[in-house]
Design a protein around this ligand. Structure first.
Ligand code: 6AU
Length: 359
């Protein structure tokens, strides 16, 4: 398929989903096709790890429900803090929630409840065993969320807390009209800035690495990239890495069909191989079950599993032979003596494999 030989820079121009185009630009800019699966046990460790490994990755994957001490406050909690780190380092946040239920239930799980995933995670994923209507349900929820933000901003009233209490961007403050939001969903008193809404309203709006941001002394590492779009994206769980996985070819094919039906919302797949096959497929593939052999050991494509069903392939095998775009690495990095330098090792290997695929 053409996308196997296309550069990420090219795919940043041609991908159907705005967030996918943005992600390809990040990949090109950071020379990284690495996603860290940040499966640590506390919110504190998560934030520290995200800050340290941020420069090496383009996606940070979370399982919010295995983190103790997750702070649910929409403005100051763990989601908002992660989103700030995502802007600082230039990565997207992927909550690995694996939704599977009827449409109405997944809508509520995605947008409401304690975690309010849609507020801080650019990307989430779904298992479509329950039928592909739930993809439409999630897509509708995302569209409504986006519309709600614009609506809330337009209709918000009255000056509230000084904007300086909330924003650290002095440019934005000068331009800002402070408004107190309607109490749409129990978040009375939060402040939005009309002129800077796409920059500062939602915690997870995007990496914000504009020049002015950089000039203000913020330690943004990859200046020069524009704002991420205010879109949300879904990955379909099309294939799994685990031993004895029950997902059939038919199931995987149904994922491909569902993806094509919702190009404006489905960014691509969590899969074990490239699934683009129609000429105009522009989906992205992310692949877990990835590990390097310990330094010094020879690389032969596979690495021993974890004894609990997880199976591992090496970055080069996944990228060059299986055709994936982004490798998802958890314990390979987290359990290393020095996670940031191990992340760099994976980034370099992953990028080299991508360049090798193009050649
Ligand atoms: O690198 P590991 O084995 O420490 O972690 C792999 C991560 C875990 C899994 O929940 C997740 O990847 N995962 C997924 C995802 C991303 O959906 C699918 C799959 O098939 N296998 C898998 O391990 O957080």
């Amino acid at each position: 398929h053409p996308t196997l030989k296309q550069t990420f820079a090219d795919r940043a121009r041609t991908a159907a989903h705005p967030l996918t185009r943005y992600l390809f630009r990040l990949m090109d800019l950071k020379a990284s096709n690495l996603c860290l699966s940040a499966d640590v046990t506390t919110a504190r460790e998560l934030l520290t790890l995200a800050d340290k490994v941020g420069p090496s990755i383009v996606v940070l994957k979370t399982h919010y429900d295995l983190i103790s001490g997750w702070d649910y406050n929409p403005q100051t909690g763990t989601g908002a803090k992660l989103a700030a780190l995502a802007r600082k380092h230039g990565f997207l946040i992927f909550e690995d929630r694996k939704f599977v239920d009827i449409g109405k239930t997944v809508q509520m799980q995605y947008t409401a409840g304690t975690a309010r995933i849609i507020e801080w995670a650019h990307i989430t994923n779904a298992n479509i065993d329950a039928g592909k209507d739930m993809v439409r349900a999630l897509a509708e929820a995302a569209t409504k969320w986006k519309e709600r933000i614009h609506y809330e901003v337009k209709t918000s009233v009255t000056v509230g807390t000084p904007v300086s209490d909330r924003f650290d961007d002095s440019d934005a403050q000068e331009q800002a009209q402070t408004r107190q939001r309607d109490d749409v969903d129990g978040r009375k008193g939060s402040i939005v800035s009309i002129t800077t809404v796409t920059q500062s309203f939602e915690p997870a709006d995007s990496p914000r690495l504009t020049k002015s941001h950089h000039d203000q002394g913020d330690d943004a590492v990859f200046p020069g990239i524009e704002e991420a779009p205010m879109d949300r994206g879904l990955l379909l769980l099309a294939q799994m890495s685990s031993k004895g996985c029950l997902m059939t070819r038919e199931y995987t094919q149904a994922c491909v069909e569902a993806a094509r039906e919702h190009k404006g919302f489905v960014m691509g797949y969590v899969s074990q191989e490239a699934l683009n096959s129609a000429p105009d497929d522009t989906f992205i593939h992310m692949t877990p079950g990835c590990k390097l052999p310990p330094p010094g050991e020879e690389e032969n494509g596979q690495v021993e599993g974890d004894g609990l069903g997880q199976q591992y392939n090496t970055p080069s095998r996944l990228i060059t032979i299986c055709g994936t775009d982004i490798i998802i690495v958890g314990r390979g990095i987290i359990e290393a003596a020095d996670p940031p330098s191990e992340a760099e090792r994976y980034r370099r290997r992953g990028w080299k494999a991508y360049l090798g695929r193009l050649a």
